[in-house]
Design a protein around this ligand. Structure first.
Ligand code: URA
Length: 239
């Protein structure tokens, strides 16, 4: 990784603001490779240099990958003047510049949303070519039937829009699991609309091979493990 100013490194890692770093330097509290840092402009490689702030070694993270259980009523956007967004829900310890939700869930949809500052991963995950499967649980306003399962399995044409075949599994009278590998606007709701059913509750349960951690209450989040990060781009599917 390239050399960066110490004040920039520490602010990017949510360790210290630029103005606080000046104070820490004056108080001789920042060392790199066991030498005192004298000025905020000094540059280091955060991936190879050993940076210590107030005696604690920095664990540098180039990017953050956060799993959130998005509650209904929250926008999946970075910023909005009127509504609360998933970024607004992040705890202070996970805040840093450049975070955004990778993909969209409707305001009234709940469940797994990935928040990251890694544009490359988000691009790969969202590209239609990647065919990353996402699993949803949908509750509808009518009884669902095997005819609906067949219709989804064949793929759906709705005017100009076509949806690829999707696997559906009925789990109760009015609720089904649906797996899609595209991310068209309101896709799951529109697919149900095409068979005359209205989705009244929608929750995303899985992206790639990574399930939403069921210990996360709505609005809570945690970082992804390294394994989960690899599994998120997995193309395998099936219930
Ligand atoms: N499909 C929808 O209709 N809405 C979502 O939020 C996600 C998938």
């Amino acid at each position: 990784m390239s050399l960066q100013r110490i004040d920039k490194i520490l602010s990017s890692q949510n360790i210290s603001s630029r103005s606080n770093t000046k104070i820490l330097i004056k108080r001789r509290l920042i060392r790199v490779n066991n030498k005192l840092v004298k000025k905020p402009e000094e540059k280091f490689d955060p991936e190879t240099d050993i940076i210590e702030v107030e005696g604690r070694q920095l664990r540098f993270k180039k990017n953050l990958y956060i799993m959130m259980n998005k509650p209904s009523g929250i926008l999946s956007a970075s910023r909005d003047t009127r509504s609360e967004t998933v970024i607004d829900l992040l705890p202070g310890s996970m805040r840093r510049e450049g975070l955004f939700p990778a993909g969209r869930l409707d305001k009234d949809t709940e469940g797994f949303i990935l928040i990251t500052d890694d544009g490359e991963l988000a691009h790969k995950m969202l590209s239609p070519k990647s065919h990353v499967y996402k699993l949803y649980k949908a509750q509808c306003d009518r009884k669902l039937t095997e005819d609906d399962v067949t219709a989804f399995g064949k793929g759906i044409q709705m005017g100009e829009i076509s949806f690829l075949p999707a696997e559906m599994k009925l789990i109760s009278d009015d609720t089904a699991l649906v797996e899609i590998c595209e991310g068209k606007f309101h896709q799951v709701k529109k697919m149900f609309q095409s068979v005359g059913a209205q989705v009244i509750k929608l929750k995303r349960l899985r992206i790639g091979e990574v399930f939403l951690d069921d210990s996360l209450a709505p609005g809570e989040c945690r970082e992804l493990s390294e394994k989960e990060l690899n599994d998120i781009l997995s193309r395998k599917h099936g219930f």
